[in-house]
Design a binder for this molecule. Sequence first.
Ligand code: C2E
Ligand code: MG
Ligand code: MG
Ligand code: MG
Length: 288
Amino acid sequence: EAKSAGSSDLVVYDDAIGRRRLGRLVLADDLRAAVAEGEIDVVYQPIVAVDDLKVVGFEALARWQRDGKQIRPDLFISVAEENGLIVPLGDVVLAKVATDVGALRVGAGSGPPTVTVNVSPSQLLHPGFVASVETAVAAARPFPLVLEITEREDVTLTAGVLDAMSTIAAMGVRFAVDDFGVGFSSMSYLTDLPVSFVKVDASLTAGIDVDERARTLLRSVAVMGQTLGLGVVVEGIERESQLATLREDTTGLTAQGYLFHRPMPVGELRRVLGEQVDAGAGGFEARR
Ligand code: C2E
Ligand code: MG
Ligand code: MG
Ligand code: MG
């Protein structure tokens, strides 16, 4: 049983869990300052058509450098979600993307490809979020914005979520279900939510070139998405043999992965898109 306050209390914190919790608190404080100062960066990872490797879109990914060291997004995003920082952080990201989209007008009349931005379910439920999206979309036109949503245990299909989604959809913004196939994403989200894209998680593509069952599963998910009229994006393509399998088994898919492009700063993205436009008649030839 716990003794009265004293040195024994210190013991409680001198363990791995305590240090981890303290670490996250310190991180949250630093993150709060970074968000307030606009010190969150955004990089972009191109999304390509599997058939011809043209860049058809790009995903915005937040980056945070703390004391000269990159903090993993999985870590600082979850810290932000725990501490209510995800709303201001998301606003910073949206505003940066709107600015960058304005700078990415490459090729007369070609317009930018689809721009996707991750949003946490809690952002959707925040009263200011609809206005933030409206502001971002108004800041850059055309702005073919797609919001990627990852379903989670604590966010279900409440009326509030659906309301926010349909208000935003009415602005011409589309939605994607992210990380499909893992965690809490379920089939019903594809039919019950106003979504246009499904992003198949990397864990479902990891073995398609070596494992017949993984290959069959991915093919089935692709067919299911396409049958529902959704754009299907497969994530985590790292090897030529995965690409070859996709080409053999499917048509009309898009893909994202290190095989094609890594996340890159906006200047580099502009160069990649510009080279594609130069490659001919609005023809985009993805760099490999
Ligand atoms: P996500 O939305 O599923 O993004 C894809 C992640 O896969 C990115 O990780 C990307 O860098 C990585 N990736 C891309 N191609 C490959 C590949 O071929 N192999 C492997 N192993 N990984 C690949 P990243 O940038 O570390 O982001 C992690 C997660 O953090 C994202 O997963 C997203 O859920 C979240 N996130 C990032 N930026 C934001 C943001 O602005 N807002 C919110 N709410 N979440 C964000
Ligand atoms: Mg995503
Ligand atoms: Mg995501
Ligand atoms: Mg994903």
